[in-house]
Write a protein of this length. Structure first.
Length: 232
């Protein structure tokens, strides 16, 4: 499966898979999109204390951009970052990604590469307060370990490419992995996705999307079993 490195509108790299007619990020800007969807709408809404401990589940490690941005945000918080990826990118491509340069953090280049070169299925201490655990598996085959999660970065390919990952059954599986009050964020706001999330038990809201996309979705697991759900 051929993968091609491409520049997006903000200068940051994404990866294209021509045979699937997909890219890993928005053509309007990889860093812009990840910052808006996962950091601004996810991390910053969920993490409210400097001494907080948070468990994150990411669906689609991809280029490692979301993990890098989260590491940059987690200056004092303690983070367990578990990421599922069935088809890792090759290390040569990972070494060409320009995120640390554009984020003005050349000091993190070695750490970013370590995220990619680190062993799969084992915890990797990226920083004293940040542990990365990459799981080399499909979401459908993922087996729960000893963690319940506070925040989900749902960054799978779009429903037209991977419809099996946007089903009620998949969202129910994720729902069962979460702590009460947990949050899920994703760039996709299609009606079928919102309905699947609601059917799995989430409270769902549409919020403004990143550049080039009108809306995205933030979903929550109720803190109590009596909370109601929003309309689609």
């Amino acid at each position: 499966m051929e993968r091609i490195l491409q520049a997006t509108s903000d200068g940051s790299h994404t990866i294209a898979i021509p045979s699937m007619e997909v890219t890993y990020h928005s053509k309007h800007g990889a860093i812009q999109e990840s910052m808006h969807v996962f950091i601004e709408a996810g991390w910053k809404q969920k993490v409210t204390r400097p001494d907080e401990s948070i468990n994150i589940l990411e669906i689609g490690f991809g280029t490692g951009l979301n993990a890098l941005l989260t590491l940059m945000e987690a200056t004092t918080q303690t983070v367990w970052y578990e990421s599922l990826e069935a088809y890792p990118i090759d290390l040569q491509t990972a070494g060409q990604l320009n995120y640390c340069q554009l984020l003005h953090r050349p000091d993190l280049q070695h750490t970013f590469l370590e995220m990619h070169t680190g062993e799969w299925n084992k915890p990797l201490a990226i920083a004293p307060n940040f542990t990365l655990c990459k799981r080399h598996t499909k979401l459908q085959d993922y087996q729960q370990h000893d963690k319940k999660f506070d925040l989900v970065y749902f960054d799978a390919f779009a429903p037209k490419v991977q419809p099996e990952l946007w089903s009620t059954e998949i969202f129910q599986k994720i729902f069962n992995l979460l702590k009460p009050g947990a949050t899920l964020v994703t760039y996709c706001s299609k009606g079928e996705v919102r309905r699947a999330l609601k059917a799995a038990g989430f409270m769902v809201e549409k919020i403004p999307g990143p550049p080039g996309k009108r809306e995205m979705v933030r979903a929550r697991k109720a803190a109590t079993t009596n909370a109601g759900q929003s309309s689609a």
